[in-house]
Write a protein that binds this ligand. Structure first.
Ligand code: FAD
Ligand code: GLY
Length: 380
């Protein structure tokens, strides 16, 4: 199969990772980003690679993909460090999830049992065992789980590194270049810039994150059911030489992510507010209160930063990967990664690049084809 030229709409972690993999195989690839690459959700994220604790009961299919994606990260990070000269900050302490009350502990046990059935390695900890690992946990503690493979990366550096590696491999990046799709006779012919100029391409990958459904030129039948899920976050400033926390910490309401530079990220709200980018008192209060209940010692830390991002949410919280049977021919989706786009970037890049270069739909990708939402619902 001849790959031909590929244009990618969206310069976030997904578009850049796919672009890098294609450029490495000498495919002619152009990434179009309407702003600065890597400043959408991929900048806003917490960088957790949480195939274990982030899997909710009912998400068995997604867990199979996130686990495979998680296993790729150590090699992906090392390859990206070497190709870009930028250290992407993979930290491998794992994650501790705490229960503060007996009710929390019952809910945690339910998730723990489900996640273990999916093959996730998890260890139940007593309150004393959790406190031995994280001494600043508060007095209210009813049990905990240790997830040894749920690590973290500095996602802002990952996108910088991907940008550099993509360019070094011969990819072309067009920033401040909003584009729509060009379609003729049921086939993709390229992308169109705002001034009407056509950039011809044999295939187009739609990787526009939360904005994917709004890209101009998309036929209605191909418009992905992707919507923005707002997340507010903040960062506190710790002493990097004496951090309050070493593991990623999940509490019943928030998660906390300690960075090497001393920032302690606290996230995140999950809100159906369209593209409303406001930070709200209620949002920040719930983050601070949720974190303070688990770790009261945060109350003396200065606030370093606050921000909002938009997760690309899909109907089943899983990504949409691959072609659409009804066309347009040549269009490939790589969107809807919702809460897991950082975690799933390496596997998404591998699956989509493989499809584009060989035509093969990997069995790991098959459950996530965009057409799954078009299937008739059974009458049971
Ligand atoms: P984006 O990074 O949003 O990139 C899409 C790009 O497309 C944007 O740069 C946009 O400008 C561009 N674009 C849109 N329309 C056009 C157009 N017409 N022409 C050209 N360019 C266009 N995931 C994890 O795995 N772990 C986490 O810990 C985590 N934490 C998160 C915390 C928060 C608060 C949020 C909001 C998300 C979090 N996520 C996390 C989810 C993750 O950030 C996303 O799933 C991922 O970044 C999606 O990447 P993307 O490249 O699809 O989207
Ligand atoms: N994965 C963390 C979040 O989406 O908030």
């Amino acid at each position: 199969m001849s790959t031909g030229s590929v244009a990618i709409v969206g310069g976030g972690i997904i578009g850049l990772a796919i672009g890098w993999r294609l450029a490495q195989t000498a495919v002619a690839v152009d990434v179009f980003e309407r702003g600065e690459a890597g400043h959408g959700a991929s900048f806003a994220a917490a960088g957790m690679l949480a195939a274990g604790v982030e899997t909710e009961p009912g998400e068995a299919a997604l867990c199979a993909l996130t686990k495979r994606g998680q296993a790729l990260w150590p090699d992906f990070a090392a390859e990206l460090d070497a190709a870009s000269g930028i250290a992407v900050g993979l930290r491998q302490e794992g994650t501790i999830e705490v229960a503060l009350t007996r009710d929390d502990a019952a809910r945690l046990r339910h998730s723990f049992d489900f996640q273990r059935r999916q093959g996730v390695a998890l260890e139940w900890l007593s309150a004393a065992e959790a406190r031995a690992r994280e001494p600043y946990l508060g007095p209210q503690l009813a049990g905990a789980v240790f997830s040894p493979h749920d690590h973290q990366v500095e996602n802002r550096r990952v996108v910088q590194a991907l940008r550099a590696a993509f360019l070094a491999a011969g990819g072309r990046l067009h920033e401040n270049a909003e584009v729509g799709l060009a379609v003729a006779h049921g086939r993709i012919t390229g992308v169109v810039r705002a001034d009407g100029a056509l950039h011809a391409a044999d295939r187009v990958v739609l990787a526009a994150g939360a904005w994917s459904a709004a890209v101009a030129g998309l036929p209605a039948s191909a418009r992905p059911a992707v919507r923005p899920i707002k997340g507010q976050m903040l960062a506190l400033r710790m002493d990097p030489g004496a951090p309050l926390l070493r593991h990623v910490l999940w509490t019943p309401r928030v998660y906390l992510v300690p960075r090497d530079d001393g920032r302690l990220l606290i996230g995140a709200t999950t809100e159906e507010r369209g593209f409303d980018a406001s930070l709200t008192a209620g949002g920040l209060l719930s983050l601070l209160e949720g974190a303070w209940r688990a770790m009261p010692a945060i109350e003396d830390l200065p606030i370093a930063e606050t921000w909002v991002g938009f997760r690309p949410g899909s109907r089943d919280d899983a990504p949409l990967l691959g072609p659409i049977a009804s066309g347009p021919e040549g269009l490939v989706l790589a969107t809807g990664h919702h809460r897991n786009g950082i975690l799933l970037a390496p596997i998404t890049a591998d699956l989509i690049a493989r499809y584009l270069t060989t035509g093969a739909i990997d069995p790991a990708m098959a459950p996530f084809l965009p057409d799954r939402f078009a299937a008739p619902v059974s009458a049971t």
